[in-house]
Design a protein around this ligand. Structure first.
Ligand SMILES: *[C@@H]1O[C@H](CO)[C@@H](O)[C@H](O)[C@H]1NC(C)=O
Ligand SMILES: *[C@@H]1O[C@H](CO)[C@@H](O)[C@H](O)[C@H]1NC(C)=O
Ligand SMILES: *[C@@H]1O[C@H](CO)[C@@H](O)[C@H](O)[C@H]1NC(C)=O
Ligand SMILES: *[C@@H]1O[C@H](CO)[C@@H](O)[C@H](O)[C@H]1NC(C)=O
Ligand SMILES: *[C@@H]1O[C@H](CO)[C@@H](O)[C@H](O)[C@H]1NC(C)=O
Ligand SMILES: *[C@@H]1O[C@H](CO)[C@@H](O)[C@H](O)[C@H]1NC(C)=O
Ligand SMILES: *[C@@H]1O[C@H](CO)[C@@H](O)[C@H](O)[C@H]1NC(C)=O
Ligand SMILES: *[C@@H]1O[C@H](CO)[C@@H](O)[C@H](O)[C@H]1NC(C)=O
Ligand SMILES: *[C@@H]1O[C@H](CO)[C@@H](O)[C@H](O)[C@H]1NC(C)=O
Ligand SMILES: *[C@@H]1O[C@H](CO)[C@@H](O)[C@H](O)[C@H]1NC(C)=O
Length: 491
């Protein structure tokens, strides 16, 4: 803000020089006098609780020097208040007594993170010069005033983290300079107005964590400058409009936790700047498009808890920046493509609760940053590849309920940080690797009947202290060198 440059204490001639130099930035309105603006702010303050931090707000001093207040000079050389910046000031109470018509010169109003309550007065729309309005994190209820659609200068609007219950007024689509619209975490209802597609300059659109319903308007595909589009945690239905494939600048895209149907379209493959793609917990069906492999900048891909079918496309192996890959709880079939092993930055891989067949690819042993590996509840067969012993950072390995067979490879003794190892309901044979508890971290080991007969052998080797059958038909073993417990679930 240039406003802080103009202080009332500046000599008049210097003020005029600045005026001429900086006239493009000057306020054009005929505003109330500084004195009446000051009185308006003082009046509002008098209706609030917790204004202790505003001790400088005093009728005897110039408001331009008050905490959180800044002024600019109008064309006519008058000082007016242009900036009220009071985030996190413990202010409590309503906006009702805020005389917006006195403060029509405001360009910035930042009241975020206070305890302001009541409704947002429609009169707020008289702030016709406002560029930035940040009411994040207060206790506002009621509606978003339709009148706000007339605040033509607004570039930044956040009402997020309040308790606003209305629909999103289509009138907001008249805010043609808006670049940032954040309405997250309210109780907004109704459909997303398709008119929002007219906000050509919009870069950031956050509507997550509300109660919005209806389908995603295809018109949002016109917002080609968007880099952030978040519609998660609503009650949206219908399919993902193919027009969203036109949002080529998208970096963050979240549709999670709605009731979306239809397929993940191949048009998404054009969103090559994406870094985050979330669509977990929807009802998406059909294949994961092969084109997803074009999204080579994605860090975090979560398509879990849908109804996706078909096999995991091997093109996923091109998404080399992935850190987190969650495809669990779908209906994916076929084998795990060995190309997944190219994703050496992944630390959390969860393909559980699908219908995957074949063996665990040897190449998974290349994913040496893996911390969590969940492949449980599939139909994976064959022995565990010894290469998994390379995954030294693994703490949580869950392979239960598959058709894995053979002995646990002795290489697994190398994974010393395991805290949870769940192998039950497979068809393992052979011995438990004798040192599996040696790392000291293991606190949870679950196996089924299939290894029970071999426990005695392990016991002889001295790694378990006792075998205690309990009433719950569980057999609990205590790893001797460690403090940890080992559970064996008999059939
Ligand atoms: C502004 O207030 C500060 C203290 O808050 C004071 O030091 C300074 O002199 C004041 N300036 C004017 C021009 O009143
Ligand atoms: C409002 O103030 C808070 C706290 O300083 C800041 O984080 C936020 O970015 C500000 N809002 C705008 C739009 O600048
Ligand atoms: C608003 O906050 C003030 C101050 O905490 C409180 O006295 C008042 O009851 C609140 N009003 C509503 C409608 O919650
Ligand atoms: C708001 O201020 C204007 C002067 O700028 C005044 O005419 C009006 O009466 C004030 N409104 C209220 C409700 O105090
Ligand atoms: C946008 O503004 C125009 C002109 O003021 C008005 O006619 C129109 O109804 C507004 N659009 C919406 C959706 O409110
Ligand atoms: C989106 O753009 C298309 C083509 O330019 C246009 O026909 C349509 O009306 C626009 N939709 C919205 C909501 O702006
Ligand atoms: C999903 O959304 C519902 C409300 O729509 C919410 O209750 C639930 O906590 C959300 N689930 C997660 C995991 O965030
Ligand atoms: C991606 O964009 C190109 C145009 O640049 C278009 O020809 C192609 O059909 C789009 N791909 C998909 C899958 O939509
Ligand atoms: C993956 O990358 C390889 C070369 O790096 C390329 O030949 C292949 O076409 C890419 N596949 C996809 C689906 O992007
Ligand atoms: C379990 O493994 C044994 C050989 O160790 C094999 O004979 C049997 O068919 C397997 N059972 C299943 C269900 O795969």
């Amino acid at each position: 803000m240039p406003s802080r440059l103009y202080r009332s204490s500046l000599p008049t001639n210097l003020l005029w020089l600045l005026l001429v130099l900086l006239s493009p930035f000057l306020v054009l309105v005929t505003a109330a006098s500084l004195g009446s603006q000051a009185r308006a702010l003082l009046h509002w303050k008098s209706t609030l609780q917790g204004g202790q931090l505003l001790a400088s707000w005093n009728i005897d001093s110039r408001p331009c020097n008050w905490t959180g207040v800044a002024c600019s000079v109008t064309r006519k050389g008058r000082l007016v208040i242009t900036d009220v910046h009071l985030p996190d000031m413990s202010l409590a109470g309503p906006l009702d007594a805020f005389n917006f018509s006195s403060l029509g010169s405001l360009a910035t109003l930042n009241l975020s993170c206070n305890r302001l309550n009541g409704t947002i007065p429609p009169a707020i729309a008289t702030l016709s010069q406002l560029v930035t309005l940040d009411l994040t994190g207060n206790l506002f209820v009621g509606r978003i005033p339709i009148e706000m659609g007339s605040m033509k200068g607004l570039q930044f609007l956040s009402l997020s983290q309040n308790q606003i219950m209305s629909s999103v007024p289509p009138s907001l689509s008249n805010l043609s300079d808006l670049t940032h619209l954040d309405l997250r975490q309210n109780k907004l209802r109704g459909a997303i107005p398709g008119e929002l597609g007219r906000l050509e300059k919009l870069r950031f659109l956050e509507l997550g964590d509300n109660q919005l319903s209806g389908s995603i308007p295809p018109g949002l595909g016109n917002l080609t400058r968007l880099y952030h589009l978040a519609l998660y945690e609503n009650q949206l239905t219908g399919s993902i409009p193919r027009q969203l494939g036109d949002l080529r600048d998208l970096v963050y895209f979240s549709l999670s936790n709605n009731s979306l149907t239809g397929t993940l379209l191949s048009t998404l493959g054009n969103l090559t700047k994406l870094q985050y793609l979330f669509s977990w917990r929807n009802h998406l069906s059909g294949f994961i498009p092969f084109e997803i492999g074009n999204l080579i900048d994605v860090f975090n891909l979560d398509l879990s808890s849908n109804m996706l079918t078909g096999s995991i496309p091997f093109s996923l192996g091109n998404m080399s920046k992935l850190n987190i890959l969650h495809l669990f709880d779908n209906e994916l079939s076929g084998s795990i493509p060995p190309q997944i092993g190219n994703l050496i930055d992944v630390f959390n891989l969860d393909l559980s609760s699908n219908m995957l067949t074949g063996s665990i690819p040897f190449s998974l042993g290349n994913m040496c940053k893996l911390n969590i590996l969940h492949l449980y509840e599939n139909k994976l067969s064959d022995p565990i590849p010894p290469s998994l012993g390379n995954l030294r950072k693994l703490t949580d390995l869950r392979l239960f309920t598959n058709r894995l067979s053979g002995a646990l490879p002795s290489e697994m003794n190398n994974i010393i940080g395991l805290t949870s190892l769940q192998l039950s309901n497979n068809n393992f044979s052979g011995y438990l690797p004798p040192d599996i508890c040696k790392g000291g971290a293991l606190s949870y080991l679950a196996m089924y009947e299939d290894v029970r007969s071999h426990i005695a052998t392990s016991l002889k080797k001295g790694y378990y202290r006792s075998l205690i059958p309990d009433q719950a038909k569980h057999v609990i073993l205590h790893c001797m060198q460690l403090k940890s417990w080992v559970e064996v679930f008999p059939e």
